[in-house]
Design a binder for this molecule. Structure first.
Ligand SMILES: [Zn+2]
Length: 237
């Protein structure tokens, strides 16, 4: 079979072989095997590295890769440590989730997110935050709202995220399991919810505000999906 896929991770097997976890448009997550890793052309080397995007030709029974047409290796992501950690976070999210019908929109968003990270200059964490916001949307768990989701009134001075439902509410509604969202963090949440990936390079915010919002969304991810995200180099836990 021929599948359009992105490499999520790999592990060496025996001396020369390597198992790779692909995220494919057609099959979702699938483990495949590369035989005889050593002594290859540099181009083939990329096809086993995380972030590599290409057409993978896989034997249906043995799951051995018989050929790869690389579409985009995204090697830029390995040359900048901040971009690398953020891109790695995207793969960690995909790696952590289980999906069926969500597969196609997640795949398309991942490609868009990697392209912005690799080839544009966007505020730190904006791509990762946007990806998380869209993940919640895809699963019908939208976070952003312009009014309190509990009483329907304006937020006034304080905005909270209610982790028991993953929605925003005002101070009057006194959510039980909640964190306050700063005004600046709320603005980022709004902008990234209402703009597409192509707009990210034009949306500027500080690393501190981005980090604050990212922490809240990661916590919401844990409540919604009951799974921990280990964002290496960003939020180690
Ligand atoms: Zn309220």
């Amino acid at each position: 079979m021929k599948i359009k896929a992105i490499v999520l991770k790999g592990q060496n097997v025996k001396e020369k072989d390597k198992d790779i976890l692909l995220f494919s448009l057609e099959e979702g997550k699938i483990w495949v095997k590369f035989k005889g890793v050593r002594g290859e052309k540099a181009k083939m080397k990329y096809s086993k590295e995380p972030f590599c995007f290409g057409d993978y030709f896989v034997d249906d029974n043995s799951k051995i890769v018989t050929g790869v047409d690389i579409i985009e290796p995204f090697e830029e992501l390995s040359k900048d440590i901040d971009k690398y950690f953020e891109a790695n976070g995207l793969l960690e999210i995909v790696n952590t989730l289980n999906f069926d019908s969500e597969r196609v929109p997640i795949f398309i968003n991942l490609i868009k997110a990697l392209k912005i990270l690799a080839f544009h200059k966007a505020s730190q964490y904006s791509v990762l935050i946007k990806f998380l916001i869209d993940i919640f949307d895809i699963y019908g768990l939208q976070v952003y709202s312009s009014k309190c989701t509990s009483c329907g009134n304006d937020f006034h001075d304080h905005i909270f995220i209610n982790y028991s439902v993953g929605e925003l509410c005002c101070k009057m509604c006194e959510p039980f399991i909640a964190d306050e969202i700063k005004k600046g963090e709320y603005q980022i949440l709004k902008l990234l919810s209402q703009n597409e990936y192509e707009k990210l390079p034009t949306i500027k915010f500080s690393k501190e505000l981005g980090f604050g919002l990212l922490k809240i969304l990661v916590k919401n991810f844990q409540y919604r999906f009951e799974k921990k995200l280990n964002l290496i180099g960003i939020l180690d836990n």
